[in-house]
Design a protein around this ligand. Structure first.
Ligand code: PLP
Length: 355
């Protein structure tokens, strides 16, 4: 068995992969493959309905909000968010925790006046700055709940008087959240929910249609709500596999249950990083992510030895992002505690052979 710490696309449970594979051959007694049948056919409409219903159930989504499965990645979400919430001549406020929020800021600037209210740039994004002031006339506040690359995460999510928008790509479904606090949540599936190819949007309906802008149809969330998330051909396989993943999560006891397991996994790994003199964490302690654990060797000369040891232990995907270096262990929902234990064992072993 390979211990898959990939940052994205992410590990999926074996049972989800088994069922997804079967659906490619034949789906639901139709004699057809899931990926060769009409997305308007009853079997697929049922998949879409079920996927949306599972999101509502698992996250306690209130009636005020709607759930959509769209395309374009979270990267198109950056632009979509601004199009739907930034008023003509208005202002958007952004929190910058690096890479993904920086990209969100760049896209939003194409549309109007964007203010960055806090940035961790000076610390190399090791620190997630949680102190900031919002202009009273801002249209919305945008933040990234978990920075996948630097391994930082908001411990407590912010609340605001203005509409709150969050890119939750890399920690959605990892912990309980209060959806009613948000005007918009968007998340690429491939970090913690399913395969690449679809993006989840959870949006407060009454806040849409107020920007005074002409919005291209695909970027207009009202269009998608009106069409029940079937404005055009949806990515059927990605949505079906995400649905299977959400069913898996529900059977496990839901978000509350996975949150406890995620806490255990993070604690196990950070304890090793903090107690083993050969390692040090990248993110500062109070900014640490429970999804992406970034760390370095304190003695760079051990790199080759460590790399061989974890490779021999069937560990995959812990090389840090090319912009940060070091190591990054992504411990998403589907990664079992036993895989974290396997990594910790290798770290302990390194300490015994290095002296
Ligand atoms: C990966 C990632 C993105 C980009 O997602 P795409 O689906 O590749 O566009 C955006 N935000 C965060 C937090 C991510 O981790």
């Amino acid at each position: 068995m390979v211990h898959n710490f990939s940052a994205g696309p992410c590990i999926l449970p074996q049972e989800v992969l088994d069922q997804a594979s079967k659906s490619v051959k034949e789906f639901g007694g139709t004699g057809l493959s899931l990926i060769e049948m009409s997305h308007r056919s009853k079997p697929f409409v049922q998949v879409m309905d079920k996927a949306r219903a599972l999101v509502k159930e698992l996250l306690n989504v209130p009636e005020t909000h709607e759930v959509l499965f769209l395309q374009g990645g979270a990267s198109l979400g950056f632009y979509t968010a601004a199009f739907n919430f930034l008023t003509e001549n208005g202002k958007g406020s952004y929190h910058d925790s690096g890479t993904w929020s920086s990209k969100a800021i760049k896209e939003a600037k194409l549309l109007g006046d964007i203010e960055v209210v806090a940035s961790g740039k000076e610390s190399g994004y090791k620190d997630l700055i949680t102190e900031y002031k919002l202009a009273t006339d801002t249209d919305y506040f945008h933040f990234t709940s978990n920075n996948t690359i630097y391994g930082t995460q908001w411990k407590e999510l912010p609340t605001t008087d203005c509409p709150l928008i969050c890119d939750m790509s890399s920690d959605i479904f990892s912990r309980e959240i209060n959806v009613s606090d948000f005007a918009l949540i968007y998340a690429g599936a491939q970090k913690n929910m399913g395969p690449a190819g679809t993006v989840l949007y959870i949006v407060e309906k009454d806040l849409l249609g107020k920007t005074g802008r002409k919005i291209p149809s695909y970027l207009d969330l009202e269009v998608h709500i009106d069409k029940d998330s079937m404005f055009n051909t949806p990515p059927v396989f990605a949505i079906y596999t995400s649905m299977l993943m959400l069913e898996w999560l529900k059977n496990l006891g839901g978000v509350k249950a996975i949150e406890e397991i995620n806490n255990q996994k993070a604690e196990l790994l950070y304890n090793e990083i903090d107690s083993n003199p050969l390692f040090e964490g990248y993110a500062t302690k109070n900014s640490r992510s429970k999804m992406n654990v970034t760390f370095n060797l304190t003695d760079a000369s051990l790199e080759e030895k460590f790399n061989k040891m974890w490779t021999d232990a069937n560990i995959s995907g812990i090389k840090g992002h090319r912009s940060v270096g070091g190591y990054r262990a992504s411990i998403y929902n589907a990664l079992p505690l036993s895989s974290v234990q396997a990594l910790v064992n290798v770290m302990k072993e390194l300490a015994t052979v290095a002296v």
